[in-house]
Ligand binder design. Structure first.
Ligand code: PMP
Length: 368
């Protein structure tokens, strides 16, 4: 019998395998390396929250929940958003910020549509747009990593459906300026596209310049997560708020995509806004200060205002070559091409203990 070749979806052809995954595998094979590539907090989830999770299991919260999230959690999140002056019509509890980004893009962009993505970007954005069959359009934020309305406007076309922005930013640590965000909101109103604002690093701020997009526009889609603030990345819980009619569509996508989020995680998150992360924030601020002070001696680098990343320029503007040299010296960083069309910078995560950070930075400085 002649066998017919099986085929896979065209949809996946454009998707770019994550370079960060490769660094992750190197780190697993070489636990002795100094790892400055990690994209999650280095502190553990608080004990009282873990206990909430155990209690939820024992009390029998082990069944399906409503697609939009349990009413108690929806209320806690709504109060939190309102307390922060974030305008919204409705909200949805999602599988991390990643789940929120996915249903947002799928509810907005069709095949052939365009989604503006500031470059450098968090790796998932472009690929989620590809998964929706749409086209990511890069908006350069080089050289100072500030997103400007003047860079956005020329790229708007009749197919532009959304802009995905991330402030505080991964990988640059930048916080986008309020005046520019206001101008971008005006562009979104004028040309009729959505702004999806990924605000997962909002707990880790080192300047008071941050504003939520939800403070500036009632039509903003604000994506957030318990992953970083409560250090529960593995629990996969986040939320998205936005205009009610759009949240309705996202809820439908979520219903057929993954039914609902985890019941135990939702019960646990009822207390997640009670986590006092000021100590962790100030620890990261100290590490930020240390990383910036050391790196600026030999690298062109901007001082991060949030998140736990710093994004210096590589010597000779060749980040992949520098990545290899750092690797040979036993230090793991992430080359800029994993976050950008350019390969001129590299990302350091300072979410590591002080001694590791110090040794890693000293090694990188010796390579220049
Ligand atoms: N957005 C950004 C900018 C991130 O850095 C990350 C995680 N590294 C996420 C979203 C994903 O967050 P979550 O774990 O909530 O899906």
């Amino acid at each position: 019998m002649k066998m017919k070749k099986r085929s896979m979806a065209q949809r996946i052809k454009n998707i770019e395998p994550s370079g960060i995954r490769k660094v992750f595998e190197i780190a697993n094979q070489h636990p002795e390396y100094i790892n400055l590539s990690i994209g999650e907090p280095d502190f553990d989830m608080p004990m009282f929250l873990k206990q909430e999770g155990i209690r939820a299991i024992l009390e029998g919260h082990n069944r399906y929940t409503p697609t939009r999230g349990i009413p108690e959690l929806r209320k806690v999140i709504a109060d939190h958003l309102t307390g922060n002056g974030i305008q919204f019509g409705d909200l949805l509890v999602t599988a991390g910020a990643t789940g929120g980004l996915l249903v947002s893009v799928f509810a907005i962009a069709d095949s052939g549509d365009e989604v503006l993505v500031p470059d450098p970007y968090f790796v998932a954005y472009r690929n989620i747009v590809f998964m929706a069959g749409a086209k990511p359009v890069s908006v350069s934020t080089y050289p100072d990593f500030q997103l400007r309305a003047s860079a956005v406007e020329p790229l708007i076309t009749g197919r532009t459906r959304a802009l995905i922005l991330n402030s505080p930013n991964n990988p640059t640590g930048m916080v986008y300026a309020k005046e520019e965000l206001e101008k971008i909101v005006a562009l979104a109103d004028q040309y009729g596209f959505y702004i999806i604002s990924d605000e997962v690093y909002e707990p880790f701020l080192y300047s008071d310049s941050f504003v939520s997009l939800g403070n500036l526009s009632a039509d903003a889609i604000v994506v957030n997560s318990f992953s970083k603030s409560a250090s529960m990345t593995g629990w996969r819980l986040g939320y998205v708020s936005g205009p009610a009619e759009l949240i309705d569509e996202m809820a439908m996508l979520q219903q057929y995509g993954y039914a609902s989020t985890n019941s135990v995680a939702q019960r646990t998150a009822l207390k997640a806004f009670e986590v006092d992360y000021e100590q962790q924030r100030s620890n990261y601020q100290r590490k930020r200060d240390m990383a910036y002070a050391m790196l600026k001696e030999k690298f062109a680098v901007h001082e991060p205002q949030g998140s736990f990343y710093i994004f210096p320029e590589a010597p000779g503007q060749d980040a992949s070559a520098f990545f290899q040299r750092a690797l040979q010296a036993g230090v793991l960083v992430i080359p800029g091409k994993d976050f950008s069309a350019r390969d001129t910078h590299f990302r350091i995560s300072f979410a590591v203990d002080d001694a590791t950070l110090q040794r890693g930075l000293e090694t990188l400085l010796r390579l220049v």
